[in-house]
Design a protein around this ligand. Sequence first.
Ligand SMILES: [Zn+2]
Ligand SMILES: [Zn+2]
Length: 85
Amino acid sequence: MTDTKKAHPCGVCKTCGGITYRAESINQRCGRSPHGHRCSGKFANASRDSDWKSCTSCSGTGKQGTAPCIYCSGIGWNLSRPWVL
Ligand SMILES: [Zn+2]
Ligand SMILES: [Zn+2]
């Protein structure tokens, strides 16, 4: 296995579950529109390593074979304590 682990996201939208890798997006409006209307949630700060745990199903690669991992949505990470954000 030569897949390198991905960096974890630094922010999570508590409304739609969207993630961001941009620190400047934290506390900004999410604005994603996965279901055709813009999300009104904000990105919560999840920039600490302790906020995340590596996905055990894909070993943090975000992939299962050639398909995105369904347990972490291809992120390679899962929130360790989503309820504290
Ligand atoms: Zn959102
Ligand atoms: Zn995974």
